[in-house]
Design a protein around this ligand. Structure first.
Ligand code: ZN
Length: 267
């Protein structure tokens, strides 16, 4: 389903921020009051390895302005997904408790309750704004906010490990984080799935997802395998180096997958 959505909405790849310079030192927010001065100026994609030519659209109205790529080359990497716009008016940032929100994702959904993410199912949530809860909601916010900015007091690069922030994770990923990655291979004997980090083509090392539940492993293995090696996958969980071997290995950390809510296929 997600893949179909991406194809249908391909024209909708817009971004909330971009950079003025190729070295990505000066951030430009699409909603800046003086954004009109960038009208017709080539800007740079948030992904430091992407060469897409970014331009501001609708700069006369900063509240609805956005960046979009024009001409060739097109986006190369995780930046080319429809998750590149976040409407912060839909959510209350004060309700975002990190890492508690990621700990909740490890819990198996209660069977009778439907677990359609992003929908207001219960009566109590229909009043007022809600907090970010699912991986897709949190990822949408984090990927659209510069890594050094904060959301409810937490730095984005501490929430999401991705191609923009991987230098912070040179030696591995430790603690609760969302991680943007893609499929490398699986190991049936170990009930493990190995992922590339960061998202290709910038892969630096591997991460290991370990499953205790055979049924969950089989289900997620097939879901992840079906993305090929270019599917963009976001994993939520507690990342650890369980023994010294991890420091020397090309696999730099592992994460226990206890619930399907810890895995989101973005495209
Ligand atoms: Zn890009």
């Amino acid at each position: 389903m997600a893949i179909i959505n991406v194809i249908d909405d391909k024209e909708e790849i817009v971004m909330d921020y971009a950079f003025e310079d190729e070295k990505r030192t000066k951030i430009i927010y699409a909603n800046a009051s003086d954004i009109v001065q960038y009208k017709g100026v080539r800007c740079y994609c948030k992904n430091p390895y992407c060469e897409a030519r970014m331009f501001i659209y609708n700069p006369e109205h900063p509240s609805s302005a956005f960046f979009k790529a024009s001409g060739k080359p097109s986006h190369n990497g995780s930046c080319g997904s429809i998750y590149n716009h976040f409407d912060n008016t839909e959510y209350d940032a004060n309700l975002f408790n990190f890492p508690d929100v990621l700990i909740d994702l490890e819990k198996e959904p209660i069977k009778k309750k439907t677990c359609i993410s992003g929908r207001t199912g219960s009566g109590e949530e229909t009043f007022g704004k809600k907090g970010l809860k699912t991986i897709k909601e949190i990822y949408k916010m984090a990927t659209n906010t510069p890594p050094n900015d904060e959301y409810n007091g937490i730095k984005i690069k501490d929430i999401l490990a991705d191609v923009r922030s991987y230098s912070e994770y040179e030696d591995g990923i430790m603690g609760y984080h969302l991680v943007e990655c893609n499929f490398f291979r699986y190991e049936n004997n170990e009930k493990a799935i190995i992922m590339n980090f960061p998202f290709l083509p910038n892969n630096r090392y591997y991460l290991r997802l370990v499953f205790e539940n055979e049924e969950l492993f089989r289900k997620e293995r097939s879901r992840i395998y079906d993305t090929g090696h270019k599917g963009l996958i976001v994993i939520s969980g507690l990342w650890q180096q369980i023994d010294e071997e991890y420091e020397k290995s090309t696999i730099k950390a592992e994460c226990k997958i206890k619930s399907e809510k810890q895995i989101a296929i973005i495209k």
